[in-house]
Design a protein around this ligand. Structure first.
Ligand code: KIV
Length: 246
């Protein structure tokens, strides 16, 4: 698709109905992201998501996918060594994932290479790394300075060399994302990283307005599902209470 100049589309799903609806809509990639920790499990960030939780959600999403490529996120501390990374990746494949993703660039080349050498397709993730949000002190734009942009470009080259088939660029300055996209052969999938990436990914809850308490600045929601849920619940409450004593 990158070679043909076709944009790649990707959204998250953590359950059967959402995965099936996205799949039926023709999305290219469905990611069982560890963002599940925030938008489904109610944690403040993704750092508390466990491997067992990710396997549970991947299993459910896999049942709904026929066409899209199903990628699963490896949670924090499930890939601390290359051996652990391979073991974790295999567990995701066993529950229906077709590819796995972990956060990190050159620092994780050994883990990525170990995974790709076993034949498991791998998607990389560089730029803002949500699993490190506490050390980073927030969700800040990456690649603003020359040195940060150069470090990101080496990360992108390192993950490509280690065998990744694509790389997510999270909250990377648009010009830096453009430069990376031009410099590597594998597709870049951007989130909050401008329009020049080879594809775009969003957290579905943000796109459809299902997590109304916080929407990232770079998202333009296409629906207001939270309002639909509130309205349906209120209508049900009214209808039920209206029949009291009849
Ligand atoms: O966990 C997630 O949903 C992600 C995407 C936002 C890229 O990693």
């Amino acid at each position: 698709m990158k070679q043909r100049g076709e944009k790649i589309t990707a959204l998250t799903a953590y359950d059967y109905p959402t995965a099936r609806l996205l799949d039926e809509s023709g999305i290219d990639i469905i990611l069982v992201g560890d963002s599940v920790g925030m938008v489904v499990l109610g944690h403040p960030d993704t750092t508390r998501v466990t491997l067992e939780e990710m396997l549970h959600h991947t299993r459910a999403a896999a049942r709904g996918v026929k066409q899209a490529l199903l990628v699963a996120d490896m949670p924090i501390h499930s890939y601390d060594t290359p051996e652990q990374a391979v073991e974790t990746a295999k567990r995701f494949v066993d529950v229906g994932a077709q590819a796995v993703k972990l956060e990190g660039g050159a620092s994780h080349a050994a883990q990525i290479q170990a995974i790709t050498q076993t034949g498991i397709p791998f998607m990389a993730h560089i730029g803002m790394l949500p699993q490190h949000v506490r050390e980073e002190g927030g969700y800040k734009v990456k690649g603003r300075s020359q040195s940060e942009a150069e470090a990101l470009l080496s990360d992108a080259r390192a993950v490509e060399k280690a065998g990744a088939f694509s790389v997510v660029l999270e909250i990377v300055l648009a010009d830096t994302a453009k430069e990376i996209t031009k410099s590597i052969a594998i597709p870049t999938i951007g989130i909050g990283s401008g329009k020049h990436c080879d594809g775009q990914i969003l957290v579905t809850h943000d796109l459809i307005g299902l997590f109304p308490w916080f929407t990232p600045k770079f998202v333009s929601p296409e629906a207001r599902v939270a309002d639909e849920i509130r309205n349906a619940a209120r209508a049900f409450i009214e209808r039920t209470r209206g029949t009291a004593g009849r």
